[in-house]
Design a protein around this ligand. Structure first.
Ligand code: 0A1
Ligand code: ZN
Length: 881
């Protein structure tokens, strides 16, 4: 394992390699504990490189058994193998030469799940970001692209299936019960996109005819017996392929596209060329075992990985600082895909909810970093919500600023200009500048300045002159390593609503550039006047969340309620309701902490109930309205000195008022939105279930009894309804006999389905209150708990730390001490998993003093751990800085 190295990689130090890698031929002789890998690489010295420059290749914990130069053993004095680096000297000034590296790998012992590992008898690789160097010495960096031939030799019986990237060349027997297969990938690629899979798996097959009429074979490999559960993933894949042709003009480029689902995987999925490897959580679904959220995730992640074929694979990143070039753009593309497949407004609300609950806290805490960072210690720790989700928002803003047509022109130019390249963010932005003629240099600060901008707004209306004025002030908060910030280019979609339900059309707007419905803020302070406004308008700002900012605008609850009921933009309606709710929830939390009485603005409850009952609105939208800002949202709004217990008490009080006020309506919604008779995962049916289950949540409060949820659990005919009912039972009535019975029935029914048992663990680990920790400890003793499966560890330990604010943040600090203990135990086996779970403490400084002291001690305990991985030490040190 790479232990703490402390070495910092700087963007400014980037330089190309001294040698050009022309091609590589890899041969794997697979064995559970002694896999032999032979890598033959053809190099030549790069023009302009020093004539005595050595060849320096990366490794990580390698066991090298042979090194050849043009087929002959390399003289010992010409190479050194030190600190995971292979250095070869005295190489020719001109002409090609061949280096062969032989290594022996132990896939069975690879618990980090990076490089070549074995999971449930399946050989599988994960090479992004720096896993290939755990297979062989290599130029393991994204700007070294070459063609790969891969030969795989393995036992025929246990590994009937031998897969790698590209197109299948052929295969045959190989004596002694073995066989081999050869693959060739004609598209030059960096090593992080290499993949190999071998084992015995079932397959679902289909095909897709591309826009130019080529037939592509589609194959999804899953464990035997699980084939029927891969049909939705296949459907999502075909829809993704079609959509990318129609919307981005992108056609698939190999004869075959394969997906393999494995149960031990550190992340969601991986876009290896032609051979995507997936966490099986994002492939397998059927109505009995998957929720609507699971279906939506599968659709999004299948699309995401497929879209990488162009944004990531055909055009890759020059270095890992450019990660957002592929990730931000690909998330933007998968968001647009899902919006087109489902309700655009509801999708946008869900995206923004996620952005605010995950990315905003990251941007406001010790782990904040720019979308395009300039330094890192451990690249694994930069697969963050800032790179992915904020990176996507930055791409969305380019589309907003340029408009659909010029954005498309810029994308087309990007594909044309950079196909086959390892590109940078500057290359990307330049394409939009060239396509539109617009200067995006100020806009580019979004890539370079960390922190969520705060925009403060005030308004004035002069009735006599018919002039409406908005005064803006923007501020980007200081973040680690960046104390002073420049003003940003912030595109705000807006509207001026009039009392009669129409929108004002100003005669003139001064003080800011306005294109269509987009107002461009570019200065620290800016005053914008709108003339020809007949009556006082209600301004709706940042429609569609056109910019990822915090907006402080003291609008009256009545104005917000007007927006919530009447805006043409449904995202803005949701945002307005949440803007009415948040101050109520923050005040309730304060009062709870001071043991004062909690009051709720009746307008909040009335608006909430009115929207929930408005049958002209989509059920999915009404469900989003009913899901009040979360405890984490309230903590963020509260801004510091947070007491999670008080936040929960306050929020519960507000919910109780809504629950009683709307009880009758909720009962009707619960009955009316029952999707009886055959589950279909489409967005409309999912929306009805979401509304019904939101109503059930309120009814449990209003009725104070578990009967309704218990009955809903017993009669549920799909996993969405079943897990929703079980959650209500467990979270609202943890000690009721009905809950114990339901949990046991659920466990017994699904004991052999790992993905459903993950839900069983998560539902219990998120039961609010101080007893959660003991429950989690007890669950860890369950025979169903499995420390070596990342999904299971995330389901129990991760969910507890990330999603149980009152359980985890116990005032006595026991939750933090537990986490420290777990991190130190997970780290030696799987550092990536440990580091990721540790980020659950990223907002520790915003806690009230008693808790933050305990959190600090727990972090110090982790930092003092022996032989910490570079992953964990990087995170813990940044958190302590
Ligand atoms: N590129 C993948 C994410 C990914 C990154 C690192 C991994 O290694 C453990 C795995 C996957 C994506 O964006 O889907
Ligand atoms: Zn990705």
């Amino acid at each position: 394992m790479r232990t703490e190295s402390g070495r910092i990689i700087n963007l400014a130090d980037y330089r190309p390699t001294d040698f050009v890698l022309e091609r590589v031929d890899l041969t794997f002789e697979l064995d559970p504990t002694e896999t032999k890998c032979t890598s033959r690489m053809l190099f030549h010295r790069r023009e302009g490189a020093a004539t005595d420059a050595p060849l320096v290749l990366d490794g990580d914990e390698l066991n090298m058994t042979g090194l050849l130069y043009d087929g002959m053993p390399m003289e010992a004095e010409r190479f050194t193998e030190e600190d995971d680096v292979l250095t070869i000297r005295e190489l020719p000034e001109t002409g090609s030469f061949e280096i062969t590296v032989e290594t022996v790998i132990n896939p069975e012992a690879n618990t980090q799940l990076m490089g070549l590992y074995r999971t449930n008898g399946i050989y599988c690789t994960q090479c992004e970001a720096e896993g290939f160097r755990r297979i062989t010495y290599f130029y393991d960096r994204p700007d070294v692209l070459c063609v790969y031939t891969v030969n795989i030799i393995a036992d025929k019986e246990s590994c009937p299936l031998l897969l790698s990237n590209g197109n299948f060349l052929g295969g045959a027997g190989y004596g002694e019960g073995k066989h081999f297969a050869a693959w060739f990938d004609p598209h030059p690629k960096p090593s992080y996109l290499f993949a190999l899979v071998a084992g015995d798996l079932g397959v679902v097959e289909d095909s897709f005819t591309t826009m130019s009429g080529r037939e592509v074979a589609l194959k999804i490999y899953v464990e035997h017996g699980k084939e029927p559960r891969a049909s939705y993933a296949m459907d999502a894949l075909k829809r993704s392929m079609k959509w990318d042709e129609e919307v981005f003009g992108r056609e698939y480029d190999l004869d075959i596209f394969m997906i393999v689902a494995v149960s031990d995987f550190n992340m969601g999925a991986m876009e290896n060329k032609g051979l995507n490897v997936f966490n099986d959580k994002y492939v397998l679904a059927d109505p009995d075992t998957a929720t609507d959220a699971d279906y939506a995730n599968i659709e999004a992640i299948i699309a995401h990985e497929y879209f990488h074929n162009w944004t990531g694979n055909r055009i890759t990143c020059r270095d890992w600082f450019q990660l957002c070039l592929k990730e931000g753009l690909t998330v933007y593309r998968d968001h647009e895909f899902s919006a087109d497949q489902r309700s655009r407004a509801v999708k946008r609300i869900a995206e923004v909810r996620h952005l605010k609950s995950e990315q905003f806290p990251e941007d406001a805490g010790p782990l904040a970093h720019p979308v395009r960072p300039t330094k890192y210690r451990e690249i694994n720790n930069f697969y963050t919500t800032t790179v992915y989700e904020k990176g996507s928002e930055v791409t969305r803003m380019i589309a907003t600023i340029l408009g659909a047509e010029l954005f498309k022109k810029g994308m087309d130019l990007y594909f044309e200009r950079h196909d086959g390249d390892a590109a940078t963010i500057e290359d990307f932005v330049k394409c939009f500048e060239d396509a539109s003629g617009r200067d995006l240099s100020q806009f580019s600060l979004w890539y370079h300045q960390a922190g969520t901008p705060l925009v403060t707004v005030s308004s004035a209306y002069d009735q006599a002159k018919g002039v409406f004025t908005l005064s803006f002030e923007q501020m980007v908060p200081p973040t680690p390593g960046q104390s002073a910030k420049e003003p940003m280019h912030i595109p705000l979609r807006f509207g001026l609503l009039l009392a009669d339900g129409t929108e004002a059309e100003p005669q003139a707007i001064e003080g800011a550039e306005v294109t269509g419905d987009v107002l461009h803020l570019t200065q620290r302070q800016q005053t914008v006047t709108f003339s020809g406004i007949p009556t006082r308008p209600v301004v709706t700002l940042n429609r569609g969340f056109s910019a990822p900012i915090n907006l402080h605008f003291e609008q009256s609850p009545a104005d917000l309620a007007h927006i919530a009921r009447h805006d043409s933009d449904f995202f803005a309606r949701w945002q307005a309701l949440s803007d009415i709710a948040l101050p109520n929830l923050v005040a309730a939390a304060r009062n709870a902490r001071n043991a004062a009485e909690i009051a709720v603005d009746p307008l909040l409850v009335d608006t909430l109930v009115a929207i929930a009952g408005d049958e002209t609105l989509e059920p999915a939208f009404r469900a989003q309205i009913l899901a009040l800002p979360s405890e984490a949202d309230v903590a963020r709004e509260h801004g510091g000195n947070n007491d999670p217990d008080a936040i929960r008490t306050g929020r519960e009080a507000v919910m109780a008022v809504a629950a009683h006020k709307g009880a009758e309506l909720f009962a009707a919604l619960f009955d009316r939105n029952h999707t009886k008779g055959g589950f279909t995962p489409d967005a409309a049916s999912a929306g009805k279930r979401a509304l019904r289950n939101a109503a059930l949540g309120y009814l449990a409060i209003a009725e104070g009894r578990p009967d309704r949820a218990a009955k809903a659990f017993e009669t549920a005919d799909n996993m969405t309804d079943m897990s929703a009912a079980l959650t209500v039972l467990a979270h609202r009535f943890p000690d009721a006999p009905e809950t114990a019975a339901a949990l046991e029935a659920f466990r017994a029914r699904f004991a052999d389905n790992a993905l459903v048992i993950d839900k069983w663990f998560s539902i219990q680990s998120t039961i609010p209150g101080h007893g959660a920790l003991e429950r989690v400890r007890t669950l860890m003793e369950s025979p169903l708990f499995n420390r070596s499966n990342p999904n299971r560890v995330r389901a129990l330990v991760g969910t507890f730390a990330f999603a149980n604010p009152t359980g985890f943040n116990r005032a006595d600090g026991a939750g933090y001490r537990f986490l420290a203990e777990q991190i130190l135990e997970i780290d030696p086996k799987n550092p990536q998993l440990a580091a990721r779970i540790l980020t659950s403490m990223r907002s520790w400084r915003a806690l009230e003093d008693v808790r933050s002291d305990h959190a600090l001690n727990a972090l110090r305990t982790i930092a003092a751990g022996e032989k910490l991985s570079s992953d964990v030490s990087d995170i813990v040190e940044r958190m302590l800085k």
